[in-house]
Design a protein around this ligand. Structure first.
Ligand code: MG
Length: 159
């Protein structure tokens, strides 16, 4: 069986502007929004980069540049679904994606099932999400935000 593994990392700082919603894993949450060109969904972005990396297809910035007005406020779960389509078009089948979200707020556990359902639907394979607090490392003077790490496994179709 021919396998590929990929890693993705994404960070977005909190943005207190009222017009920014907090969206993580395709789920709208209460709390400060995140700064970014799209909806700033760091979980969907990290998952997309993990898939693209495993397939050798570059990164999310190549496919959906933040200089392109088409992606302003974009639903990043839709971008993730497009990434999964690109990966399949290259002959790779996503086996799974695992994400770790590093954030002090909000609590992610109550939203885990909804995130996993949306992300898995977009990828067409199981996507798991785990939350991790920084235990105070995002203290005064250091910019606060959300970081997400993801790894993806691909299987070559027919192998
Ligand atoms: Mg991003």
């Amino acid at each position: 069986m021919e396998l590929r593994i990929g890693q993705g990392v994404d960070c977005h700082p909190y943005d207190e502007r009222a017009d920014r919603r907090l969206v993580l894993g395709g789920v709208a949450l209460d709390g400060p929004g995140l700064r970014g060109h799209s909806d700033a969904d760091a979980v969907a972005h990290a998952a997309a980069d993990a898939l693209l990396g495993a397939a050798g297809l570059g990164d999310i910035g190549v496919h959906f540049p933040d200089t392109d007005p088409r992606w302003a406020g974009a639903d990043s779960v839709a971008l993730l679904a497009e990434v999964a389509r690109l990966v399949r078009a290259e002959g790779w089948r996503p086996a799974n994606v695992d994400c770790t979200v590093v954030a002090d707020q909000p609590r992610l556990a109550p939203h885990r099932d909804a995130m996993q359902e949306r992300l898995s639907g977009a990828v067409g394979a199981p996507v798991t999400v785990k939350g991790k607090r920084t235990e105070g490392l995002q203290g005064p003077g250091s910019p606060a935000g959300v970081t997400c790490f993801a790894i993806a496994l691909l299987v070559r179709e027919g192998s």
